[in-house]
Design a binder for this molecule. Structure first.
Ligand SMILES: *Cc1c(COP(=O)(O)O)cnc(C)c1O
Length: 385
């Protein structure tokens, strides 16, 4: 049997052959001139992608490491911080802040919808001493996207706090404009919308955030931005770098530039529309509401009487399509299909068709087979993706 699977999970995501190819090249000296040249270009590409006139750092870690770097460097022990939590990753930022001795207040927003500007305004007005606010751009667990542009403009009206955004599953999927939206810190990672393997954390910081971080008392060594800053100014890294993964990331950034940022963002919007409309045709209930639904992935409630994990297992065993379970108290009730990164509409077509067959086999008789697929094909013609 041929061992080939269709990877439709929200990270790590599939790798383009070009990315795989550069990663098979011999290791180069991470302090040598060739590395420096590629490194400098990758940092420039990321600054352009995020419209960041400040600094961009790459660190050997997963996205969670980048989150922790943000807490350690852009806030201080004892600071009051606000965390907007509408899913697992918001909760993670809250726990991280508490673990690092911050006085963290969590603004809990129900899973499935975005945070509203008014609710954030209210918390900030009640806590004028808050030094930073943490928001997840795309909440992968709840499959929703927060409108960072709108939220940050409201935050700026009422507070001077640093705005720290987790963009792990939105970078390379949807627009992030740090300079114009007034975002101070963006944290991200290599393995989701950026079509690269896991292993590199990304931190982008505004000038204001850097001024703060460079004068504050260090709370860590490995994740201390002071050390990374000295090195990035010389086009190199503080520690030994995962060179192969980095070569993959730099190639993927090149590919995203070539496709064009706007085209990349529009493609993800089209995927969201294709997937959501086909699933609605199957009378399936979606986790996120239409207005706040993520362009990166879609969460779906399993039909009454069917366990979501049985759907996931059947998709794997019968069709070799890997989809994801939900986290927290949605486990068993919800499954998630990712459509971010190196995904084609053909991949989505197979996924939707397989899902229809799996649901039928598991006893979901509400729909006639092929209805979702038909809708998918109709819409695909319209979107030309
Ligand atoms: C995946 C993800 C993370 C965590 O990234 P790891 O690389 O698994 O540490 C953080 N935030 C969001 C929104 C994510 O989707």
């Amino acid at each position: 049997m041929i061992e080939k699977e269709l990877l439709m999970i929200p990270g790590p995501t599939p790798l383009p052959p070009r990315v795989v190819e550069v990663m098979t090249r011999p290791i180069i000296n991470h302090r040598g001139p060739r590395f420096k040249e590629i490194f400098k270009k990758a940092i420039e590409d990321l600054k352009e992608l995020l419209n960041c006139s400040g600094d961009v750092f790459l660190i050997p870690s997963s996205g969670t490491g980048a989150m922790e770097l943000a807490v350690d460097n852009f806030t201080s022990k004892g600071d009051k911080v606000i965390v907007v939590a509408n899913g697992i990753f918001g909760e993670r930022f809250h726990q991280m802040n508490m673990a690092r001795g911050r006085n963290s207040l969590s603004l809990n927003v129900p899973w499935g919808r975005a945070a509203k500007a008014e609710e954030i305004e209210k918390v900030l007005l009640a806590n004028p001493d808050a030094k930073a606010i943490f928001i997840i751009h795309n909440e992968t667990s709840a499959t929703t996207i927060n409108n960072i542009k709108e939220l940050s403009s409201k935050i700026k009206e009422v507070s001077n706090c640093l705005i720290i955004v987790d963009a792990v599953s939105s970078i390379g999927v949807t627009e992030i404009d740090m300079d114009n939206w007034g975002i101070d810190v963006v944290v991200a990672a290599s393995q989701k919308g950026l079509m690269s393997p896991p292993g590199i954390g990304i931190v982008a910081a505004s000038q204001r955030a850097m001024e703060y971080a460079l004068q504050k008392k260090s709370e860590t060594y490995y994740f201390d931005v002071k050390g990374w800053k000295k090195n990035v100014d010389l086009d190199q890294t503080l520690t030994t770098f995962p060179v192969s993964i980095f070569l993959g990331l730099s190639e993927a950034l090149k590919m995203i530039r070539e496709e064009g940022y706007k085209n990349v963002y529009e493609r993800h919007i089209a995927y969201r529309s294709l997937v959501r409309n086909s699933l609605k045709e199957l009378n399936l209930k979606l986790l996120a509401n239409d207005q706040d639904a993520s362009p990166s992935l879609t969460g779906i409630y399993a039909p009454e009487g069917i366990n979501a994990d049985d759907i996931i297992n059947a998709m794997r065993q019968r069709y070799r399509v890997e989809i994801a379970s939900a986290q927290g108290n949605l486990k068993g009730k919800v499954f998630r299909i990712s459509h971010m990164g190196y995904i084609t509409s053909n991949d989505l077509l197979v996924t939707i068709s397989a899902l229809e067959c799996v649901l039928k086999d598991l006893g979901y008789n509400e729909i006639e087979l092929g209805r979702g697929t038909k809708k998918f094909l109709e819409l695909r013609r319209k979107f030309e993706v």
